[in-house]
Design a protein around this ligand. Structure first.
Ligand code: ZN
Length: 312
C-alpha cells in the first residue's frame, strides 16, 4: 500500500491517513520545525522500543496543567489524528495572535500548560494497521494470540489491554477476567500486575513525578459519550466539568458499567489524585473508524479541546 504524502504547503495540515508510528513521527517533526514555542519529548518507550512522545503546549510554569492522551487501544488510532490536528490548530492560532472560541491563545498559553500524548499504544496501532512484520521479536506469540488477524487488535505487543493495566480495582478485575476466560490477546487482558507494561509505567511515572496535573482527558472511540466517574465516585468538580464538556461536544454524560469500570487511566487518576479525569468516546460507528472521518469527528471535539483547560 503506497503511503499518502504529507503535504506541508498549508498552515493547517491534512491528517487523513492511518496514524502509524512513522506518520505520527513525521507530523511531530514538522511541528517541531515550525513552532519554536512548543516542546516535544519522549516520556518512555514501548515494548518494541518505539518512543512515546509528548507535546507541551503552553508555559511549563503556568499555574495549571492538564493532559490529553490518545490511542490507548490499537483500533482507536484516529484519536491520535484528532490530537495532532488540535496541536496544529492551537499553534497556528497562537502564532497569529488570533482567538479561538473567544479564547485569547496568548492568555491560554500563559495560564494553562497542556501536555498532549497523541499516541500511547504505538505498538498496538502499528499491529492494527500493518499486522506483524518478519523482524518483530514477538512475532510467533503475536500470531498465536491474534490468529493472524490484527484488524480488531486493541492491546499492546504483549497482548495487554493498556486501559485495564492501571492500579485501580485491579484485583476485582482479575476475578471478572478469570470468570470471562480473558487471557493475553487482542483485548481486555489486564496484565500480570498493575503498570506491568512500559507504556502505562511511563505514563504513570510521568504523572507522579512531574508537576501537579489538574485534569486528564483520554480519547477513545466510539459512542459519543463522556465518562467522569470511577466505581460510581466522582471527584470534586468532575460532574460540573463533565456537564460543560458535554455541552461543548454534544456528547452524552455517562457512568461506566461492567468490565469498563476497572483499571483504566481515568480510574487510576481519580483514585490516586481525587481530581477530574474523563474518558471520551469519540465519534460513532464501528471501530476502527476510518481516517476519512477524522475531520468530521474532530470538528465536534475542537471547541471542547480548546476550552477544557479553562474549566479547572
Ligand atoms: Zn478504547
Amino acid at each position: 500500500m503506497a503511503k499518502k504524502e504529507i503535504c506541508t504547503d498549508k498552515a493547517l495540515l491534512d491528517f487523513a491517513m492511518p496514524a502509524d508510528y512513522d506518520t505520527v513521527s513525521q507530523f511531530l517533526d514538522i511541528f517541531s520545525n515550525r513552532y519554536d514555542f512548543i516542546s516535544i519529548q519522549s516520556i518512555g518507550e514501548t515494548i518494541l522500543g518505539r518512543r512515546i512522545q509528548m507535546v507541551t503546549l503552553g508555559d511549563e510554569a503556568a499555574p495549571k496543567s492538564v493532559m490529553y492522551v490518545g490511542t490507548h487501544h490499537g483500533m482507536e488510532w484516529i484519536t491520535t489524528l484528532f490530537l495532532l490536528r488540535f496541536i496544529n490548530e492551537y499553534c497556528e492560532y497562537y502564532k497569529s495572535g488570533k482567538q479561538a472560541f473567544g479564547i485569547n491563545l496568548g492568555t491560554l498559553f500563559a495560564t494553562r500548560c497542556i501536555r498532549v500524548i497523541p499516541m500511547l499504544n504505538v505498538d498496538g496501532a502499528e499491529l492494527q494497521i500493518h499486522g506483524v512484520d518478519e523482524k518483530n521479536p514477538l512475532r510467533e506469540r503475536l500470531e498465536r494470540m491474534s490468529g493472524g488477524d490484527f484488524s480488531k487488535w486493541q492491546a499492546n505487543a504483549r497482548g495487554v489491554d493498556l486501559n485495564h493495566n492501571y492500579n485501580a480495582g485491579f484485583a476485582e478485575y482479575k476475578k471478572l477476567e478469570a470468570e470471562g476466560n480473558i487471557f493475553a490477546g487482542p483485548t481486555r487482558f489486564s496484565g500480570e500486575n498493575p503498570e506491568s507494561e512500559p507504556e502505562t509505567g511511563a505514563l504513570c511515572n510521568y504523572i507522579r513525578f512531574n508537576g501537579d496535573l489538574r485534569m486528564i482527558l483520554t480519547l477513545h472511540t466510539q459512542g459519543e459519550e463522556i465518562y467522569y466517574t470511577s466505581g460510581g465516585y466522582a471527584p470534586p468538580g468532575a460532574k460540573q466539568i463533565a456537564a460543560q464538556l458535554g455541552r461543548l461536544s454534544g456528547y452524552t454524560i455517562s457512568e461506566p458499567e461492567g468490565l469498563a469500570s476497572y483499571g483504566g487511566l481515568t480510574d487510576w487518576f481519580i483514585k490516586e489524585f481525587d481530581r477530574p479525569s474523563f474518558t471520551i468516546e469519540c465519534g460513532k460507528g464501528e471501530n476502527p473508524l476510518p481516517e476519512s472521518r477524522y475531520f468530521n469527528i474532530y470538528a465536534g471535539l475542537r471547541e471542547m479541546l480548546f476550552c477544557a483547560p479553562l474549566l479547572i
